[in-house]
Design a protein around this ligand. Structure first.
Ligand SMILES: Nc1ncnc2c1ncn2[C@@H]1O[C@H](COP(=O)(O)OP(=O)(O)OP(=O)(O)O)[C@@H](O)[C@H]1O
Ligand SMILES: Nc1ncnc2c1ncn2[C@@H]1O[C@H](COP(=O)(O)OP(=O)(O)OP(=O)(O)O)[C@@H](O)[C@H]1O
Ligand SMILES: [Mg+2]
Ligand SMILES: [Mg+2]
Lengths: 228, 228
């Protein structure tokens, strides 16, 4: 369960301020599939960074399983990032000097698996996203959508309780996009994984339990699937 | 007018070969709005690189206004890239150490405008894509969709005859995406610019004069708007 209490984020550049988040209070229940939708620049990625413990709010609290993550020390925060949450970033954030299987193995190696165990599982995950024949290719040797799918495989590496997916289908064609949505839905239904996605992709609506609409750093409305 | 004659591209990595393009022959007429659609990894960005003179085919020819671009020298090829074709890359390719107005000004300065003329026009173009209040922000201080719009403004900088747009709406919400499509349509209708886009975005279909469907490095079919 993820709860944010009046989370605010202000970016300051010289004398300028951008109010990316203007007080977000919401609760996301374990095993939910949530889509966060909103215009470009409305605060989706910023909210992600808060919930994922990748950045700190200017004000407000983020609780994961009732723990205020601002209270976590370096070790606990790293554990949170490494084992509990899988991230699919908007810009993939793959390591360019590593190939696909190395990118997907790395989080598992950090989490304590042997190199062999990590490689085997990485190969399995890459097969799951349709890249079983590209294990030794580096990001620069792949299309945009293929890179995104490596990022998705990597997010699944440590069997996370929560998957944060920032635009996971943005670079994918209709069919591949649907396959990814089905994969995320299966994660939720079969393993109880909490899915939180920021997206502009209306295919996501049908898969979501709830949709949180964000406008200019605030929640403008929340809809359950029945209401869509 | 752009014509490709049996263009093939093979990427070689060690003993492996990827056949990204398997013989593409097509003609794109001046002032057309063409969408190239196809699954992830089907060859769209690779085809772009051919048509835009950014990479060379393994076999086959690319003609722009009846000139075989393989015959162009370094000076002519640079002129082509700088002044005739505007590029909107799938990964934006913005210069991270420059702010928005510097990124958009640069092509114009390379093309011979004074720094002042370039800045004025860059400010106008950024306003056109809804970023008039972000002129001095750097890419790292912007959302994914905002970065994409800087890339779009930059593509328009030298009033190109051809715009190559690789996934120009991939990171944009519905409304901003439509605004960009309207902008591209206006370029075609008011200035006769040839628009060539690779996209997964079905909103593009209505704006296109023709849609070229690419599968596994080949054209599988071409449809006129009336047939969609
Ligand atoms: N590191 C940063 N420094 C300064 N401003 C930032 C930073 N990151 C984001 N912003 C600004 O905060 C606002 C929200 O950005 P955010 O990336 O959360 O939007 P978004 O909803 O994800 O947009 P998109 O759909 O385009 O990805 C934007 O105005 C953006 O320019
Ligand atoms: N530099 C490269 N080196 C090796 N292989 C490459 C390179 N660029 C692309 N490829 C491969 O060529 C094929 C076509 O890639 P391309 O980027 O053209 O696809 P795309 O249609 O643009 O896909 P997407 O919709 O995912 O962006 C893919 O299998 C890709 O992995
Ligand atoms: Mg974003
Ligand atoms: Mg591509």
């Amino acid at each position: 369960i993820v709860h944010t209490q009046d989370v605010t984020k202000v970016y300051t550049m010289g004398s300028e301020e951008v109010h990316a988040l203007r007080g977000i209070t919401c609760t996301i229940y374990s095993g939910e599939y949530i889509s966060i939708m909103g215009p470009s620049g409305s605060g989706k990625s910023t909210f992600f960074n808060m919930v994922g413990g990748l950045d700190k709010p200017s004000a407000g609290e983020v609780y994961i399983d009732e723990v205020d993550i601002a209270q976590l020390g370096v070790y606990e925060l790293a554990w949170l990032r490494c084992r509990k949450i899988g991230y699919i970033f908007q810009t993939f954030n793959l390591i360019m000097v590593m190939n696909a299987i190395e990118n997907v193995s790395l989080p598992m190696i950090f989490a304590g698996l042997s190199a062999d165990e990590a490689r085997d599982k990485a190969a399995e995950l890459l097969g799951l996203v349709g890249l079983g024949d590209r294990l030794t290719h580096r990001p620069v040797e792949m299309s945009g959508g293929q890179q995104q799918r490596v990022a998705i495989a990597r997010a699944l590496a440590n069997d996370p309780a929560i998957i944060l997916a920032d635009e996971p289908t943005g670079n994918l064609d209709l069919r591949t996009g649907r396959e990814i949505i089905e994969l995320l839905t299966a994660m939720k239904e079969e393993r109880g994984v909490t899915i939180i996605t920021a997206t502009h992709d209306h295919k996501m609506l049908a898969a979501s339990d709830r949709v949180i609409w964000v406008t200019d750093g605030q929640i403008s409305r929340i809809q359950k699937r029945e209401e869509l």
